[in-house]
Design a protein around this ligand. Structure first.
Ligand code: SF4
Length: 235
């Protein structure tokens, strides 16, 4: 009697696990398709479903993507693009004084003389890299600007400062994880064009656009030390 009970129990349990597995695979497949649609055609559908899958099945989704021949980076890319779209309108309505701009230290010039403090790097405004340009423009608009060496600094920034929205620059993975952590704020993210620990690169025009700068007014362009073209301080 007991043996029959357990046999039946395990049979039902096995069937439930099988069905759950099929459902999760279907969910991952749909999310991947919708994510590619967003990236390639700029069409956002079922954002809550996309974010649910990415947040709940993050590791599994990455493995699934690799197994179907898609670079696992797409998971973070989808996460960032969805969050950017979902938050964009509210972010744009918030005054710069209530926003922070968070830049990664890896963008700086190799000869940078910035010093490290508890809130991150203190830029000396030497204008040898894009950080100086973005910082000066951001601060002139009212942004609080932070240059951080790692995501651990984000926690301190959140604890010690008041703000309603965040504009961040980082690699896709760090951006996605940071935007998830800071989901109670209205976040926008700009991915690095070239990531790594040093000599990274960002589309400074995209950052300025997200900051709310009218690029039509920016006539002075010069070559930066990172070989990237960015607006002069007078932007
Ligand atoms: S502008 Fe760039 S290189 Fe110069 S101090 Fe600031 S972060 Fe360093």
């Amino acid at each position: 009697m007991i043996i029959m009970f357990f046999a039946e129990f395990y049979q039902i349990f096995g069937q439930m696990v099988f069905i759950a597995g099929i459902l999760i695979l279907a969910l991952l497949s749909i999310t991947l398709l919708l994510g590619r649609l967003l990236i390639k055609k700029d069409r956002l559908m079922f954002p809550k479903l996309l974010l649910f899958t990415i947040d709940v099945f993050y590791g599994l989704f990455k493995k699934f993507s690799e197994n179907v021949g898609v670079d696992a980076k797409i998971v973070d890319q989808i996460g960032v693009e969805v969050r950017n779209k979902v938050n964009e309108k509210i972010f744009n309505r918030i005054e710069p004084q209530d926003k922070i701009l968070v830049l990664p230290h890896c963008l700086r010039n190799p000869e940078c003389e910035a010093t490290l403090e508890s809130s991150g790097l203190v830029c000396k405004d030497c204008n040898r890299c894009v950080i100086g340009v973005l910082k000066e423009k951001g601060e002139a608009m009212g942004y609080q600007v932070f240059i951080i060496p790692g995501s651990t600094f984000l926690k301190k920034i959140v604890e010690k400062n008041k703000f309603k929205a965040v504009l961040g620059v980082a690699c896709y993975q760090d951006l996605n994880l940071a935007m998830t952590q800071l989901s109670k704020f209205h976040c926008q993210g700009v991915p690095l064009l070239r990531d790594g620990c040093i000599n990274t690169k960002v589309d400074s025009r995209m950052v300025l656009e997200k900051m709310g700068v009218n690029l039509g007014e920016s006539k002075n362009l010069k070559k930066g030390c990172t070989t990237e073209i960015y607006p002069e301080k007078s932007v």
